[in-house]
Design a protein around this ligand. Structure first.
Ligand code: CP
Ligand code: NVA
Length: 335
């Protein structure tokens, strides 16, 4: 396996395509070992700090269970519970935590904060989501794609519909470009990733052979896609006032059965990093329902609950892929 010992994972492009693929392969091995009851504990005695300045279900649980499975210990610092950012700079926090922990996970708005933690802590740092990137999610998505599509990655086509200016849209675009995939961003132009991200993706595509499409046309964007993905239209940290404009702009990009049919691929699969607004099971969805009369937002309940949907495999794969990152970067390589 590729030697990633001591490395941080702050964004997808910290790794080469071969390293990224190596992590996905390691995750598949760790998943199989756990299911067979033969997992080896390679992180015994290691300590990992989990800083969450934003809430989380999957990412937090994946880090905690992955660490426990491997014999490591975690300390959870909740969205308001540490001094970082309030009474202590990121740089000082990094130098303190680096003296106590062997690895640090960070989730918050700021990509700069996660970069600073890595620069000053002296230990591997893992981005558990910032406004810019969601790299551990990409490992889970790619593992899920390999499990649900027999084609080699370079022949897989996926379309991301919705708000593509934020973490998920950016991450899908660069990950597809890095791995040589057929990646389509389907959204109104104002919701496409920033120019710099698109330019970097095009540069990568020139050497990886990736095909990159940015389009406002749903039918063109999803044609013959193997996977259709979306994300919430309003991300954590955004004010709820933006719902009205998002619904107005993005409603035509909601993933419905019509969209899946428009792929022309009867085996198309649906991906969503979750949490998802596919029913009225949350307060936000009920509020939006009262204002706009919509029963669901970025994805219909029909799609979410259909046989096309692999969202819970994707969620489970957060565990195996995050474990792969921890093992690859923190387990002492065999002498
Ligand atoms: N997909 C994801 O990151 O989920 P959480 O916000 O629950 O961690
Ligand atoms: N774009 C979403 C992803 C959640 C996992 C957010 O940042 O809230």
């Amino acid at each position: 396996a590729t030697d990633l010992f001591g490395r941080s994972f702050l964004k997808e492009l910290d790794f080469t395509a071969a390293e990224f693929r190596g992590l996905v392969e390691l995750a598949a091995e760790l998943k199989a070992a756990k299911k067979a009851g033969v997992e080896e504990r390679r992180l015994q005695g290691r300590n990992i700090a989990l800083i969450f300045e934003k809430t989380s279900t999957r990412t937090r649980c994946a880090f905690e269970v992955a660490a426990a499975d491997q014999g490591a210990h975690t300390t959870y610092l909740d969205p308001s519970g540490s001094q970082m950012g309030h009474k202590e700079s990121v740089r000082d926090t990094a130098r303190v935590l680096g003296r106590m922990f062997d690895g640090i996970e960070y989730r918050g708005d700021s990509q700069q904060a996660v970069e600073e933690l890595a620069a000053y802590s002296g230990v591997p740092v893992f981005n558990g989501l910032t406004d810019d990137w969601h790299p551990t999610q990409m490992l889970a998505d790619v593992l899920t794609m390999t499990e649900h599509c027999a084609k080699p990655l370079e022949r897989i086509a996926f379309a991301y519909l919705g708000d593509a200016r934020f973490n998920m849209g950016n991450s899908y675009l660069v990950t597809g470009a890095l791995l040589g995939m057929d990646v389509r961003i389907v959204a109104p132009k104002e919701y496409w990733p920033a120019e710099a991200v698109v330019a970097r993706a095009r540069e990568l595509a020139a050497s990886s052979g990736a095909r990159i499409t940015l389009t406002e046309e749903v039918a063109e964007g999803v044609a013959q896609a193997d996977f259709v993905a979306t994300d919430v239209w309003v991300s954590m940290g955004e004010p709820k006032e933006v719902w009205d404009e998002r619904i107005a702009a993005l409603a035509p990009y909601a993933v419905t059965m019509d969209v899946l049919h428009a792929t022309g691929n009867p085996d198309v699969r649906f991906l969503h990093c979750l949490p998802a607004y596919h029913d009225l099971g949350t307060k936000v969805a009920r509020e939006v329902h009262e204002r706009h009369g919509l029963e669901w937002l970025e994805v219909s309940d029909e799609v979410f609950e259909s046989a096309h949907s692999v969202v819970f495999d994707e969620a489970e794969n957060r565990l195996h892929t995050i474990k792969a990152v921890l093992v690859a970067t923190m387990a002492k390589p065999a002498a």
